[in-house]
Design a protein around this ligand. Structure first.
Ligand code: GDP
Ligand code: IMO
Ligand code: MG
Length: 412
């Protein structure tokens, strides 16, 4: 049986990762975020109540699950405190559950300003970022200029590295972008006081994970964004600034590749994308509008409309090459319930998608619990995707609710 599961987006994000992480962590002991930051928006719907998580791992609704933020995550302490407060209002506590690596690079207000200023300057050629400071924070990490959570424990050195960082960015903000600059004294004091609040959550994440496995615990690794947004393997430059693919798990949490024994792809039964960049199967017709409307395709983080299109199996094949998925969870299949005809891209020809058409099942599948009870036409659609991709579809998600799933194969 699997005791460590990676849950990764196989498209451009928003595939329904949060829902599946919440579902599978019910039987696990810990969930680890290993990349991205509060650019993510993961939606959980439990008994009709919706919770949207950005930074806190999607296991937080379970009382006995540890929610770990690994070193690969860029951490905004402001965003974290907002999220903790929202959860507190719903009577969900993070104490005793939330654990954070001291290696997390911090997202500071200056990174957010830089992110926005850059996008503004780029005008039409902008990436369409979430404006959360993700790119600039990762750049500071790579340039070895960044401040990590653990650095806040040493007030003396913090003062120096913060000043150096702000001197550098203030120069660019003032002279290149002609926008506001930041005061290092104020930020220094704020960071020291934040540290007092958050130091109790800090642990040595690699040690913790290693020990957990030795004690036969089960761990989920929760991806953010999606494969096609990966900094190395995605549709560069229209990508995010982290490794959203399987390799990010090891660098971003400190777990050994030998420990991972199941890699689950979350695949939306059609395709969506937020922000700019290529999108081969994008629709600009009534079908696109219907996907958007029925699928409620509005960004969970920025509220922006998601661009919609048919499922792209060519892109998914690439995603499989990179991640080596063990199995697939096909989500939002119910969104296709009322389509007379469903298309799936199986090839690109002359820079355009070639589609295979399927008869729609024209039936409400949202209450179905067993694979055998699905309409024959749904099974044909699912079977065709499975055989084209050569990876089993182990789970079918047929609604936003925690209970709306069909397990075709047992994975835990
Ligand atoms: P994530 O970023 O991958 O966690 O996905 P998001 O939460 O950003 O977007 C997925 C959206 O689809 C959310 O509103 C979910 O509640 C919803 N959702 C997830 N799975 C299903 C499903 O199988 N059917 C339907 N209709 N909605 C779903
Ligand atoms: P989840 O985890 C969808 C997109 C942005 C933009 C690009 C770069 O909910 O699937 P960034 O702010 O990261 O520098 O923006 O990446 N993007 C997402 N799109 N879902 C997400 O997260 C995303 N996080 C970032 O729209 O195109
Ligand atoms: Mg999302």
């Amino acid at each position: 049986m699997n005791n460590s599961i990676a849950i990764l987006g196989a498209q451009w994000g928003d595939e329904g990762k949060g829902k599946i992480v919440d579902l599978l962590t019910e039987k696990c002991d810990a969930v680890v975020r290993f990349q991205g930051g509060h650019n993510a928006g993961h939606t959980l719907v439990v008994e009709g109540k919706t919770t949207i998580l950005h930074l806190i791992p999607s296991g937080i609704l379970h009382n006995n699950v540890k929610c770990i933020i690994g070193n690969g995550v860029v951490l905004s302490l402001d965003a974290l405190s907002e999220e903790i407060e929202i959860l507190r209002k719903s009577n969900i506590t993070v104490d005793g559950k939330l654990l954070i690596s001291d290696g997390c690079p911090l997202i500071l207000p200056v990174h957010i300003e830089l992110d926005k200023a850059r996008e503004l300057k780029k005008g039409k050629s902008k990436i369409g970022t979430t404006g959360r400071g993700i790119g600039p924070a990762y750049e500071d990490k790579i340039s070895r200029r960044g401040i990590r959570l653990g650095d806040l424990s040493n007030p003396e050195t913090l003062k120096d590295i913060l000043k150096e960082l702000l001197d550098y960015h203030n120069f660019v903000l003032k002279n290149y972008y002609e926008c506001k600059t930041f005061d290092d004294v104020k930020m220094y004091e704020k960071l020291l006081s934040d540290y007092e609040t958050y130091k109790k959550y800090i642990i040595d994440v690699p040690e913790y994970i290693d020990l957990a496995f030795k004690n036969k615990k089960k761990i989920v690794f929760e991806g953010a964004q999606g494969t096609l947004l990966d900094i190395d393997h995605g549709t560069y430059p229209f990508v995010t600034s982290s490794n959203t693919t399987v390799g990010g798990i090891f660098t971003g949490s400190g777990v050994s590749p030998k420990k991972l024994n199941y890699i689950l792809a979350i695949v939306k039964a059609y395709t969506t994308r937020v922000g700019s960049g290529p999108f081969m199967t994008e629709l600009f017709d009534n079908d696109g509008e219907q996907l958007s409307k029925i699928g409620h395709e509005l960004g969970a983080t920025t509220g922006r409309e998601r661009r919609c299109g048919w499922l792209d199996l060519v892109a998914l094949k690439r995603s499989i090459v990179i991640n080596g998925f063990t199995g697939i969870c096909l989500t939002k299949v119910d969104v296709l319930d009322q389509f007379k005809e469903i298309k799936v891209c199986i090839e690109y020809k002359n820079n355009a998608p070639v589609y295979k058409n399927f008869d729609g099942w024209m039936t409400d599948i949202t209450k179905i619990k067993n694979y055998d009870d699905l309409p024959e036409k749904t099974k044909i659609y699912i079977g065709a995707i499975e055989s084209y991709l050569g990876v089993p579809i182990d789970i079918i998600s047929n609604g936003p609710g925690r209970e709306q799933n069909i397990f075709k194969n047992k994975i835990l």
